[in-house]
Each structure stands twice: as C-alpha cells, then as structure tokens.
Design a protein around this ligand. Sequence first.
Ligand code: NAP
Ligand code: MG
Length: 497
Amino acid sequence: MIDSPDVTQFAVSRQFETRLFIDGEFKASSDGSTFDTVNPATGEVLAYVSHASLDDVNHAVACARRAFEHGPWRRMSPKERKRVLLSFAELIERHSTELAVLESLDNGKPVRDALANDLPGTVELLRWAAEATDKIYDQVTPTSGDIVSMVIREPIGVVAAVIPWNFPLEIMAVKVGPALAAGNSLIIKPAEQTSLSLLRVASLANEAGLPPGVLNILPGFGETTGQYLGRHQDVDCLSFTGSTEVGRFFLKYAAESNLKRVFLELGGKSPVIVMDDVTDFEAVAEQVANGVLYSQGQVCSSGSRLLVHKAVKGRMLSAIERVFRRWTVGDPLAPSTRMGAMISEGHMKRVLSYVELGKKEGATLFMGGAQVLAETGGSFLEPTVFADVRNSMRIAREEIFGPVLSVIDFETVEEAIEIANDTNYGLASSLYTNDLNIAHKVSRAIRAGTVSVNCFSEGDQAVPFGGFKQSGFGGREKSLAAHDIYTQPKAIWMQLR
Ligand code: NAP
Ligand code: MG
C-alpha cells in the first residue's frame, strides 16, 4: 500500500458508482443486467456494473438529441460553456487522488503514474479545450462588395465515443473537451474492463453544471452497446479509440446505417531508431524503457520496435538490460512500483503467446518473457526483450500491447528508414542521434503522425496527435485540429441589394 493516507483510505473504502449515467441521472440498466469488473492486480471482482441494453442506448440517444436540439448547452455563449468546462476540470483536479486510486484498482496501472500523468493530463486536456471555446473565430470569405459570404462552424450534433481501457480518463477528456466545447451532446461507452472512473466523473459533470443529456455514460460490451451506438441512425459522429481491427467495424457500421462521421485513433508498431553517434546509452535506454514499459506496454504509441545501428548494438543492449531491471514490477498501489498488472489474465496470456511465437520465429529472447508474482492472483509480466529480430517476423509486425521490445539491427540510415516504414501502422516514432542533418532527414522520411527526436513523447495537449496509414482515420486529436472532428463548416452566401 502506498504511504499516503488518502490513497489508503480510497483504496479500502470501495464505494463505487456502477449504474448507467443518462440525462443527468444514474440508473440501472432497463433489463437489470450487469457484468463484473476485476482488479487485475489481485484477480478479485471489484464491482458489478450495469450493462447498457439497446433500450438504454435508444433512450440515451433520445436524451442527447433533445439536449442538442432544445437544451441550453449549444445556445449558451462560448464563455458560459467555457466556465462550466473549466469547473468540470477543476472538480476532477480536486478529486485527483480518489480518481487515481480508482484508475489503478480497475486497470492495474501504478497509482504513481495515475497521479503524475493520467490525472494532470485529463485536467489539462479539458482546460485547454475549454479555453479554446471563446477563441475560435468564424470566417468571412473574400467577395465583391454586394455579397457577404461567411463560413461558420456548427456542432455536429449527437456524438458517441467508444474508448479503450488503457487510459480511461485521459481518452475520455481528449474527446469530451473538444466535443462539448463545440456544443455537441455526447455518449461515451467505456471499455468493459474500466467503467468505474468515468462513472465517478459523471457526478462531477453534474456538479459543474453540465445540463442533463449533454454527457451520458453507457458501460457495456463492444459487440452490444458499442455496436448499437455505431449503427444508430440518430448518432451523427462516432469517435473511437482502440484496435485497428475494431476501428474497421465502425466504418462498416456507418456505411450500413446513416453514414455518420467516423473518427478513428488506432494501434501502432512504432519504430525507435538509435544511430551510431549516440554516446549516452543509459539515457537512451531510459527513454526506450519509457516507450515500451510504461503502462505495461499497453500504449498505442508504444515504441515496440528498436532499430539499432550494428556498431552500437552491444552497448545499447547492455544499457537496456541495466535500465529495464530497475523497472520494478509489483503492487500498483506501492509507491516504488514502476510496472503494475496487465489489464486482464486473458490479455497477459495473449502477450505470452507472442513470446512463444518470437522464440519459434528464431528471435533471441534476450531478457524476461515470463509471468511473475503469480501468487498474488494478479496478471504481472516482466520486461521482455527479443534481439536478432527481422522485420518480417510477426513479433515485429503485429501489435503485442505488452512490455515486449523487438530489437532489429541496421547498417545505414537509408536501411533504418526503410525498416521503420515497412509497417501497416504509422502512429509514432522516435530517433536518437547527435547529428542535426540525420535528425531532420529522418524526421521527414518517416511515415508517422509523430516523430520525437532524442526523447519519447507524443507532445502535449497543444500538439495534434493521430496516425498515418492504418493507425488512424478522419483527423487529429488534441490541439485546435480536434475541433474539426466535432464541428462542420456551413457556408452562408448573401446577395445584398
Ligand atoms: P478494442 O478491442 O479495439 O476495444 C476498444 C473499444 O471498442 C472497447 O470499448 C470495446 O468494448 C469496443 N469494441 C470491441 N469490439 C467492438 C465491436 N465489435 N463493435 C463496437 N465496439 C467494439 O481495444 P482494447 O483492447 O480496448 O485496447 C487495445 C487496443 O487499442 C490496441 O490495439 C491499441 O493500439 C489501441 N489503442 C489505440 C489508441 C490510440 O490513441 N491510437 C489508444 C489506446 C488504445 P469492450 O472491450 O468493452 O467489449
Ligand atoms: Mg477492471
């Protein structure tokens, strides 16, 4: 248990909101059905959560539609909406410890990461979008004097968001911020593994003064609740974060229903290139560890392919070994823990099956590769590194979504670029070099939405985030670019007499 009395208190109190949040109220699902949510660090059931049925989805969409067409939210002045969203962010900040503990219990992530990153990130994302509300201007286009032509931005209407389990609050905020700032109504389906933190912030949304129907939370399964939203005739936009495989379904759902706008933030197999001019291997290894071990490797932008120049491969691997051993695996509520539990036993087994596959494919298991702390009842894995990987192997091509690094070597910068781009994905990438020319050349040559040089970073809330190729579809999140997902331009053309 972490030393802080607050963390201990929240961890033992076990009072969870588990009901659907529709039209500003919590209610059980219409058919009374529930599903369990498990603490993956212990294997214990934390709570039984209401499962949103088709009737519940229809009801929530009707409430969101009513709020959009007739409610006050869209009609408020931008500065009023800003005030409510800022107060929502403020309330989340005030409840940071409680929410960080919830996130850790439900997801298995170290509470220190939730406190240091998930919560401040959530608050920043909401604040940034709130602050933009009254700073985005419409346009008047160039015309002759007898014509006025304006391009105004209008909210798109009822937005549904289907999100994954790895960063529930932050991914909620990356969508809620710009969608609500623009005046839309929103329905969120959390991943079945992690509904608790979102249901907790729903009551903070009420407290902040968000009108009923503007924000609704519908826990449930993907194939039921998620699909009902994806196929709904009265949902105008579906914003999804998750796997590429499920992302494709939403394009199909839209094609087979009302052609709703679809935005997809998907998976990756991001390359990390280490050139032969680097000198501080320990520092690079720290960044590599951040890239592939943080959140137990369950990060879409995870730097899971290490492309290392042959001349420095030995030194790089020994630095990695030293640094990775410092990433202690253990109780997510303990302050020293760097790596907590995998999201579920099933997912842990899936990652372990990739370890077996890597061995069969002929890669060298350099370190790790096993479950640890099995006596806790939890699903823990140790940091794992494969060397001598070829980019054609499945462990180099498929998203493992665990703490597994594939090391591939190269001899020239051209070869590194070719390997880096030889993937169906294109979400992120990193490069370590002291050569300014190589830094610029490689940054431009890589086909990915983000390139970080001499660090592992996605940037902050002011920087657009999204993927090339099969890592994304339909726009960019964060920054003012996110506003484009949740608004549509209207042209007004007026002939003057
Ligand atoms: P996932 O299986 O794609 O699930 C994401 C969400 O989609 C969940 O809410 C899930 O519901 C729902 N879903 C599943 N099947 C569905 C279906 N047939 N119809 C409608 N909805 C469906 O992804 P995950 O396992 O939660 O997360 C891991 C994946 O997400 C990784 O591939 C990772 O790369 C990606 N990811 C990407 C980003 C990014 O920003 N690009 C961020 C985080 C994660 P249930 O799980 O409740 O059934
Ligand atoms: Mg859980």
